[in-house]
Design a protein around this ligand. Structure first.
Ligand code: ATP
Ligand code: MG
Length: 768
């Protein structure tokens, strides 16, 4: 016990050992929130206040959940298997698998990732003859997810105009279609779980009694549905109420665009009558200059709950800031700096390169590749999202649940087996007519189409039959062969990589069964009987069956179902690169909660970071500033920031102004290291153009000339940074110029009238 607690400061100790009541730990980055949460779990168990099965802990990523489990296993002599530790999605998946009957799902229900969800919506629009220009599929997807995140089914969404009424109608059709196929999207996982708990009293009481302690990390980023789910589980306002222990930082709330509601923190404090509000103000992560920068920056936000951070660590190195002439040069600089860090002994995996948008990673990746430096990209093109892997997954999905239409359509004619568009249309018509899945509709299609479709069905059923007794890795191997995928790529010119990825799936399956505790040789399928007898059945007063969810995952899900859920849910986490020590590339969003010895924050330019979309939203820039705060506070010892004058993004060259965030950092914590451009560029409000003109010397001059030419082609000499007057919008400043000649457009900040993008050949602008 001594061991558990002796490394905590007094506030942390108080938080860890609070009595079993609801509590809110509100604290800045790196103050030990996650550490306190983990230690509290260990302390509760070690002091005998709760058994592992009485604990539920919610983390933000699967990776964080894994880390927490590893730490707990190291701290505790008991098995951690009975605990529920995971993301909201992971935990709800587990819950729905246990109670699939009660929530009217097939036992083998499958999870749609966002790509599949979008293609399902496109199909739905087509089947209903809806104009997808009037109802863009992405908008509909956003509409549906947004409603679900608020806990609203179609019948409860208020529609204000005919367009919205149609969207609501489509939402309903979409849900019906999902139900027919036995698939659920991400938001549905949560909503289903919530509805089941709300409706089924014995079940709800069972879980309320079970989870004596519910602990939530990153509470500031919960959305309304998640908060309500927690309220139900904690038995809010009831005798059985479990203790809800929430840790969070309002300054790190960065998911408003996905429905996160930072107001949940004060709602929690109020609704749960939280008496234990603890603030942690000692930062253990970052050196002084880094922390000063974070504190200074975030002080520019209003509406903060208010807290400070201090550190005992010395100032450390100043924050290095670099102005590059282009994104290519920025990448080069990062590589040089990373190399010198490594020469000083830094580990590759302790160096993170962060960016605001995924699109920025390409140039950096390219440069790293050319320099021969290994790297890992988080949340980029994920392994399970690659086309060939998705094809293989689709075959496995069909074997487990043949009614998954997305999976069916993906592989019915891949590799090609002569099933053309017309056959598919006939099949879709039959499925529509009888209200059944495509797979089930095959017997209704006559003629040659019917027989080729039928041979596809036979292929799937044959594979299922042959794999009946096989373990998961062998099942995967057999499917790769039987589907014809391996052979298909063998014949393809550049198929070697794809084959390697497919073969990698056998390893992934082997690793998965090991990690999840499925017996090595356990058959990939498991009959319902095996599942029921694996767990203890508790019968409640009404005779409702409640399988106690203490039963580990490996007995409620077959290895195949579990593997398929894993493939859909590991979203955003790093790709497995076993044993590889590599530089870490990721968006700032996915860096939340992590820490590294050295951090590069790249692309600090107006329009990119803060992102241009933020100017359209209320409090948008505040949210970007919080994102910047998250980025800065990931660093322990070294922090680097960079921006460039020009950048190619989405096929366009952009001429950038440095980010406003630079003006919000404490000058004495910074070291500007762009020798070529003198400090007047930072001091005065001069434009990149002006500086380019002023700078002298060989290569700079060339760049300057290029910029000058390009900027000049943007119209009658308009410059970034110039003040203009527009008849309707008033006075403004040009923030960015894109394109050239008659296609030139300028992004102009008109203050009160907001940010506008104007066509320079059309807009009537006056110089001020
Ligand atoms: P974030 O807001 O970024 O999620 P956090 O508040 O969760 O940060 P932790 O990740 O728990 O912070 O802790 C930050 C670092 O400080 C970790 O490396 C942790 O091990 C260390 N740390 C926390 N508390 C102490 C302590 N009392 N003594 C020494 N190190 C500590
Ligand atoms: Mg944390």
């Amino acid at each position: 016990m001594q061991n558990l607690l002796h490394n905590l400061n007094p506030e942390q100790l108080a938080a860890v050992t609070l009595p079993a009541q609801s509590a809110l730990i509100l604290a800045g980055a790196g103050s030990g929130k996650t550490r306190v949460l983990t230690t509290r779990i260990a302390w509760l168990i070690q002091t005998g206040q709760v058994s592992p099965s009485g604990i539920m802990a919610v983390t933000f990523t699967n990776k964080a959940a894994k880390e927490m489990l590893t730490r707990l296993s190291a701290m505790l002599p008991v098995s951690t298997r009975g605990m529920w530790i995971g993301t909201f999605h992971g935990l709800c998946n587990r819950f729905l698998r246990t109670h699939y009957r009660d929530c009217a799902l097939p036992q083998t229900f499958q999870i749609l990732d966002s790509q599949d969800q979008l293609s399902m919506i496109k199909r739905l629009l087509k089947a209903n003859n809806i104009d997808d220009e009037k109802y863009p599929p992405k908008n509909l997807m956003y509409f549906i997810n947004n409603a679900k995140d608020q806990g609203l089914r179609a019948n409860r969404v208020e529609a204000h105009d005919p367009i919205e009424r149609k969207m609501v109608e489509l939402y309903e059709l979409y849900d019906n279609q999902c139900q027919r196929e036995g698939v659920v999207d991400f938001a549905e996982l949560l909503l289903r779980a919530y509805e089941l708990l709300e409706r089924n009293q014995p079940l709800r009481e069972h879980y309320q009694a079970r989870f004596k302690h519910i602990l939530v990390d990153e509470f500031q980023d919960t959305n309304d549905l998640q908060y309500n789910l927690l309220k139900l589980l904690a038995g809010h306002g009831q005798q059985v109420a479990g203790a809800l222990f929430a840790v969070g930082d309002d300054d790190q709330s960065i998911y408003a665009f996905r429905g996160a509601n930072v107001g949940n923190m004060s709602a929690f404090e109020r609704e749960f009558r939280v008496e234990n509000l603890i603030k942690l103000e000692q930062n253990y992560r970052s050196h002084g200059h880094i922390l000063d920068s974070a504190n200074h920056l975030i002080a520019n936000n209003s509406k903060r709950l208010g807290k400070n951070l201090r550190t005992d660590a010395g100032h450390g190195e100043p924050v290095r800031i670099y102005e590059a002439s282009s994104d290519l040069e920025e990448a080069q600089w990062i590589i040089e700096e990373a190399k010198s860090l490594m020469a000083e002994g830094a580990l590759r995996r302790e160096i993170a390169i962060l960016y605001r948008s995924n699109a920025q990673s390409r140039v950096i990746e390219h440069a790293l590749f050319a320099a021969g430096l290994p790297y890992t990209v988080y949340g980029g093109q994920r392994y399970f999202q690659r086309a060939e892997v998705k094809h293989a997954i689709a075959y496995l999905q069909l074997m487990d649940n043949p009614h998954n239409d997305s999976a069916f359509l993906r592989v019915v004619n891949f590799p090609t087996r002569g099933i053309g568009m017309r056959s598919i249309e006939a099949l879709q018509a039959a499925a529509e007519q009888y209200g059944i899945s495509l797979y089930a509709a095959v017997p209704y299609v006559a003629g040659k189409s019917g027989s080729s479709l039928n041979s596809f069905v036979k292929l799937v059923e044959g594979a299922r039959f042959e794999t009946q007794q096989l373990a998961l890795p062998e099942t995967v191997r057999l499917v790769l062969e039987a589907s014809g995928l391996l052979q298909h790529y063998q014949n393809e010119k550049e198929g070697a990589d794809r084959i390697e990825n497919l073969e990698q799936m056998v390893n992934a399956a082997t690793q998965f069964v090991q990690e999840e505790g499925f017996g090595q040789g356990a058959p990939a399928y498991m009959g319902p009987k095996a599942q029921a007898s694996a767990g203890e059945l508790i019968l409640d007063g009404d005779g409702t069956e409640i399988i106690d969810a203490d039963i580990p995952l490996n007995t409620i899900m077959s290895p195949l179902s579990a593997f398929l859920s894993h493939a859909s849910l590991e979203a955003g986490d790093a790709q497995a690169q076993a044993g590889q020590d590599a530089l870490q590339l990721m968006t700032v969003h996915s860096a939340k909660g992590l820490e590294f010895d050295a951090v590069f924050i790249t692309g600090l330019e107006e329009g990119l970071f803060p992102h241009e979309s933020s100017s359209r939203e209320m409090d948008g820039v505040d949210e970007e500033r919080r994102l910047m705060y998250v980025a800065i506070t990931r660093a322990r010892k070294r922090l680097y920031m960079s921006f460039t004058q020009t950048r190619m993004l989405h096929g366009q060259t952009r001429y950038n102004m440095k980010s406003r965030f630079f003006d919000e950092l404490p000058e004495d914590a910074l070291k500007w290291i762009s020798p070529r451009v003198q400090s007047h560029w930072f001091g005065n409000k001069k434009s990149a153009w002006d500086d380019a003109k002023f700078s002298s010397g060989g290569s700079d001059n060339k760049i300057a000339q290029q910029i000058a030419q390009k900027a000049a082609s943007g119209g009658p000499g308009w410059r970034i940074g110039e003040s203009v007057e527009h008849a309707k919008f008033g006075e403004g400043v040009i923030v960015n110029i894109e394109g050239g000649g008659s296609n030139a457009r300028a992004q102009i900040n008109f203050g009160k009238a907001g940010m506008k993008v104007l066509d320079l050949s059309v807009a009537k602008l006056e110089r001020v």
